[in-house]
Design a protein around this ligand. Sequence first.
Ligand SMILES: [Zn+2]
Length: 332
Amino acid sequence: MPTATARKPAAASRSRRSSSGIGAPRIRHRARVPELVYGIDSKSIAPRGLVGSNPTPGIRLTVHHDANVRSLEEVDWVKELVETGLNDCAIARLTGLPRTTVRDWRQTQRWVPRQRTGGRSNLFGRRARSCMRCGHPLHRFSELDEQYVYLLGLYLGDGYLAQHRREVYRLTISLDARYPGIVAECREAIQTVLPTGRVGVHFRYGGTCAWVTNSSKQWPCLFPQHGAGKKHERRIELSDWQRPLVEQHPQALLRGLIHSDGWRGINRVRHGDTTYEYPRYTFTNRSDDIKRIFCDACDLLGIEWRVMNRWNISVARREAVARLDEFVGPKA
Ligand SMILES: [Zn+2]
């Protein structure tokens, strides 16, 4: 019996080693971020050359690095290491996390629960300082200006978000390259909404299409309409905080919507031998919800519209066109 008892830990240690997944195909950063199991005899199972010192005594956890989302165990681990007084570099070496992640977590106190506090004290008496979704300091949506509302119009018309590594999303607004003024205005709006990021302009399809792009973790928070699938196949509605902004700046929304999915041109109507020409706006979108948002904004400004067909809304009455011309005008 003593022999069996003595063998048990060794067997457990072996099984831990084999289940730790070192060298498993799903590990993203095999060289820098191995899967580690700290427990009994942690020194012997830590990959050689990857851990600078003994882990803090008492830590027993498994860390999985096969997903972009960080686990609660990792957050707790970093919290414990921060409390021991280690600096960001040392913690990054020990945990295999990027130093910038450790720095962000330290600065935002990632381990402080942030559920539905709305900036008020939570159960632990600590103040929530970051967004639950993106980890940035709490958004001040009410302070967004008409540049954001214009960008919202462009996004609803011809924009989309694509998720990249580390919960970063890339916003792409796809515009007609024939209108450099609109491309420049889109770029300026993105720069105003998120001043720290770089805004790229990429020409596609033989130079006919301009993609204006910017990457940030904040985009899904700024555009809560983001979701899986095409916009016209899911529900699109303004959030509670977007509605007052749109009511404040309906012109900016209409300008964005028309710059992306709208058109101003000359309509010709024939009566007998006479042909009448008059300017007209049309807005084309496959989503009934987005068409509704367009029509609601027109209603706010007293602009008359009518349903042309399944996908098109028309603004054709002389005074309605004149009103739109005040803040939209022909594309340029
Ligand atoms: Zn956020």
